[in-house]
Design a protein around this ligand. Structure first.
Ligand code: 1GP
Length: 249
């Protein structure tokens, strides 16, 4: 049941070692700014735009941002919901995620049940994703009631990733949290990579080329970058990061 977006990501991976996904938070970058940002990052070689985040509460604004971005780009828009409010029309796909290490069953299966009918209604391609929160103190950790996997416990992350694979999930997202002070370690990526055969997404706190390159080398299929741009990081620098990770082996 591989859909168009998943096939596109796989074809991108045949050309590039590690893909760049840019996260747009509709509550930080409003309509005009986010449309321009999406066009700019497409030009420098990003493979997808994620829209969402754990602190997005304004569904109407998010829907407008998605619709606005869509007009100007060819790369897929993938929703990255923190709750049922993150399911909106006009995107191409959704990280249909279970926050597997949440202490609250709502974030493991209930929000998914509440959101699934809208995913179907809006024709969004669901990308079955195990969302794993690493570390503590971030919005994703707090909002999702996560029992954060310690950064220095890669085997625990790998065990969750293996469970995700056995459950039929084709994506794993190792999330240090937006704006995290510490990013997921290369060692954790390597350990998960040895176990998990699917598409491995890594994000949270990535803001320089050296870090991005080492995470790419460790085996990430896609790196997600958001805060770097929100805090005024340049598109030129992001382009250098994109180029570096795309060719890192
Ligand atoms: C957050 O992984 C993403 O959900 C991106 O993190 O905002 O720190 O780049 P940053």
């Amino acid at each position: 049941m591989t859909g168009k977006v998943e096939s596109f990501l796989k074809s991108e991976l045949k050309k590039k070692n590690t893909l760049l996904f840019v996260l747009i938070d509709s509550e930080v970058s409003h309509l005009e700014a986010s449309s321009k940002l999406a066009r700019d990052v497409e030009k420098i070689g990003a493979s997808a735009i994620l829209v969402g985040g754990s602190s997005v509460t304004d569904q109407i604004e998010m829907a407008q941002v998605v619709k606005g971005i869509k007009k100007g780009i060819k790369i897929p828009i993938i929703l990255f919901p923190g709750n049922v409010t993150g399911v909106v029309p006009d995107a191409d796909a959704i990280l249909f995620s279970s926050l597997m290490n949440s202490e609250n069953p709502y974030f493991i299966t209930q929000a998914q049940a509440l959101g699934a009918p809208s995913v179907l209604k809006f024709g969004l391609e669901p990308l079955p994703t195990a969302y794993l929160v690493i570390g503590e103190g971030t919005s994703a950790w707090f909002v999702g009631s996560a029992r954060g996997i310690p950064f220095e416990k890669p085997k625990i992350a790998a065990a969750y990733a293996l469970a995700a694979q056995f459950l039929g999930m084709r994506f794993v997202y190792l999330e240090a949290g937006s704006g995290a002070k510490t990013n997921v370690t290369s060692e954790m990526i390597q350990t998960v990579r040895r176990t998990f055969n699917g598409f491995l997404i890594v994000g949270g706190g990535i803001k320089d080329m050296k870090t991005a390159q080492s995470l790419a080398k460790a085996g990430a299929d896609a790196l997600v970058i958001g805060t770097f741009l929100e805090k005024g990081g340049s598109i030129k620098k992001l382009e250098e990061i994109a180029k570096a990770i795309q060719r890192s082996k």
